[in-house]
Design a binder for this molecule. Structure first.
Ligand SMILES: Cc1cc2nc3c(=O)[nH]c(=O)nc-3n(C[C@H](O)[C@H](O)[C@H](O)COP(=O)(O)OP(=O)(O)OC[C@H]3O[C@@H](n4cnc5c(N)ncnc54)[C@H](O)[C@@H]3O)c2cc1C
Length: 383
């Protein structure tokens, strides 16, 4: 379909929303992004973008093999928690290396590319309602302003206000996991930068370098029962983090000792949406399929969604058919990746004999470990 004459409203200017806006705009559509935040801001944290996500960034012209700000990974080291003993070294997936980005840098790259392509981006614009009319979607802003377009894309994140319009009210479940996130200045550059996944009973820590290895990103996940409310994040206390991971030694113990500022997220989850679209409105990214971060795939899936959505419009005749094709091509993959991330929560946090047995299996698998997830990384929606 020629999409030059189509108008799209994209709700949410995160990674999914900006990538979708750009993918639609480069195919000729007129696209406006409505972002509730008054400016592009992001609290410090890293993102791993694996080969499947990188293929979309490359196709969008946002990244090449040496992306600005991206740090190429040479694999992952699996460690035991007490002294940091190496359990296994997992090489980069055969599909290609993962890159480590500071989230603010990746958002900035997408934002600038979207502006250059001619996407209109409206900050301070919170969307409160979306309505379907014959042949049109109408969005209502908090200010009361109403706008119409042929299609509205809700990329408004895990606490989407638009998702209930399609799926009715849902109560998110607390996963009994919290994520501590920090970055610390780093001055030990490695010729072959890798992520480290350090596993202990009920907890794990992922570290990887960012920005030419001048920063170290820290994500510490802990099983907890004492959280009541869903919230994006709150400030935590470094001493509290250290106390909760006091038995983590080796390099990760040294890294935790240097944390001066830390934020903490409670991980709440909704299922992959049953309904992704209604012929005029479609969900994308975390709004459609929030996931636990244990496969580092949430942003990668959002990038895949963005490309597949734009491609569906190119391939199908009419908005209704395009959105149906988008849902059908995306839903089962999202369900499979989200389920895989969920099962890792159990695998990473084993204790006692189960932990030792799992470690023996990881050692035996060694370099072949990367192959288990080939189906995730080798998926190239742009191919
Ligand atoms: C601890 C942790 C580590 C992670 N690590 C990784 C990783 O390494 N790799 C990876 O791929 N993923 C990772 N993720 C997942 C990733 O962060 C998300 O999947 C990704 O940010 C989803 O992007 P999105 O654009 O769908 O939603 P979001 O990033 O949540 O963006 C939604 C945007 O919509 C805006 N918005 C919301 N409501 C409205 C409204 N009503 N009107 C207008 N605007 C609105 C918000 O302000 C926001 O800007 C991690 C997540 C966590 C919690």
């Amino acid at each position: 379909m020629n999409i030059n004459s189509l108008k799209f409203c994209v709700i949410g200017g995160g990674i999914g929303g900006l990538a979708a806006a750009l993918a639609l705009r480069v195919r000729g559509a007129q696209v406006t992004v409505f972002e509730q935040a008054s400016e592009l801001t992001e609290v410090g944290a890293g993102l791993q973008i694996s080969a499947n996500g990188m293929s979309v960034l490359r196709a969008l012209g946002v990244a090449d093999d040496k992306p600005a700000f991206g740090q190429k990974s040479f694999g992952t080291v699996l460690r035991d928690y007490r002294k940091g003993r190496v359990i296994s070294r997992v090489p980069s997936p055969a599909a290609g290396p993962t890159y480590y980005f500071h989230r603010a840098d990746l958002l900035d790259l997408l934002h600038k590319a979207a502006l250059r392509a001619g996407v209109e981006i409206c900050f301070g614009s919170r969307v409160t309602e979306v309505r379907k009319h014959p042949g049109e979607a109408e969005i209502v802003l908090e200010s009361g302003e109403r706008l119409r377009a042929e299609c509205a894309i809700a990329a408004d994140g895990g606490r989407s206000v638009i998702r209930p319009i399609l799926n009715g009210p849902e109560t998110p479940a607390f996963t009994h996991q919290v994520a501590w996130r920090a970055t610390i200045p780093w001055s030990h550059p490695d010729q072959t930068p890798r992520a480290a996944l350090t596993m202990g009973p009920g907890r794990h820590v992922v570290t990887y370098p960012l920005r030419d290895q001048s920063l170290m990103n820290v994500v510490a996940i802990e099983e907890r029962s004492d959280w009541r409310e869903e919230g994006w994040w709150q400030e935590g206390h470094p001493e509290d983090l250290r106390a909760r991971f006091a038995d983590f030694g080796g390099e990760v113990g040294d890294i935790l000792a240097q944390v001066e500022q830390v934020n903490i997220w409670a991980l709440f989850l909704r299922p992959v949406a049953a309904k992704w679209q209604n012929g005029r409105l479609a969900l994308l990214g975390d709004a459609a399929h929030p996931t636990l971060p244990f496969m580092a795939q949430g942003a990668c899936l959002a990038l895949e969604d963005a490309w597949c959505l734009a491609r569906a419009f190119e391939a199908q005749s009419g908005v209704v058919k395009a959105l149906a094709a988008y849902e059908s091509v995306r839903k089962s993959r999202a369900q499979k990746v989200v389920a895989t991330a969920g099962s890792n929560a159990r695998n990473f946090h084993l204790s006692g004999p189960m932990r030792l047995a799992a470690q023996a299996a990881l050692m035996a698998l060694g370099p072949r470990l990367a192959q288990r997830y080939d189906w995730i990384y080798s998926y190239d929606p742009t191919g």
